[in-house]
Design a protein. Structure first.
Length: 166
């Protein structure tokens, strides 16, 4: 069996090279992935040259307090929504002047927590570059909790330098 992040390591190396070549700095706002994406990035030697860090904002209050996501937006749209992940990414950019890029993820990894509107496996992701509107993405992923979380990490990291992750 491969190690937990073996398949994600090459992606992190490519992302780091892409950021470094642009003198860019990335920050992450993670919910359902619980810091897994930050772990994958910090496994790369020299990541401090291009990775600022991240926040794990699992609880809705954390999204509000740490990233400035309006509580009424969370109440209206739900924590797993395009609007909320977009606000998470933009909130990180607003709070950290050193960042050029921010990425955010929220989802329902399961096995419980889903409903008819947002079933288990649903993830929402956002990627923001300073001075640009964020790109957003919603997808339903297959598999168990770890499968959903791993694929969400892969999508989050791949989307930073991609034009289209659909």
């Amino acid at each position: 069996m491969p190690t937990e992040n073996q398949d994600l390591g090459p992606l992190a190396v490519r992302l780091g090279a892409w950021l470094l070549s642009r003198r860019a700095r990335l920050g992450l706002a993670e919910s359902c992935t619980g810091g897994w994406a930050a772990k994958v990035l910090t496994d790369v030697p020299g990541a401090s040259d291009w990775f600022w860090g991240g926040v794990v904002v699992y609880d809705p209050e954390a999204k509000t307090r740490l990233l400035g996501v309006p509580p009424e937006l969370i109440a209206r749209e739900g924590v797993v929504s395009i609007a909320v992940v977009s606000a998470m990414a933009m909130g990180l950019l607003d709070r950290v002047p050193a960042l050029t890029h921010a990425a955010a993820v929220s989802g329902v990894a399961g096995p419980t927590g889903g409903d008819t509107v947002t079933p288990v496996g649903t993830v929402c992701l956002a990627w923001a570059r300073r001075g640009e509107a964020p790109r957003v993405f919603r997808r339903r992923l297959d598999g168990g909790r770890e499968d959903v979380r791993r694929e969400a990490v892969r999508l989050l990291l791949a989307g930073v330098c991609a034009e289209d992750v659909g």
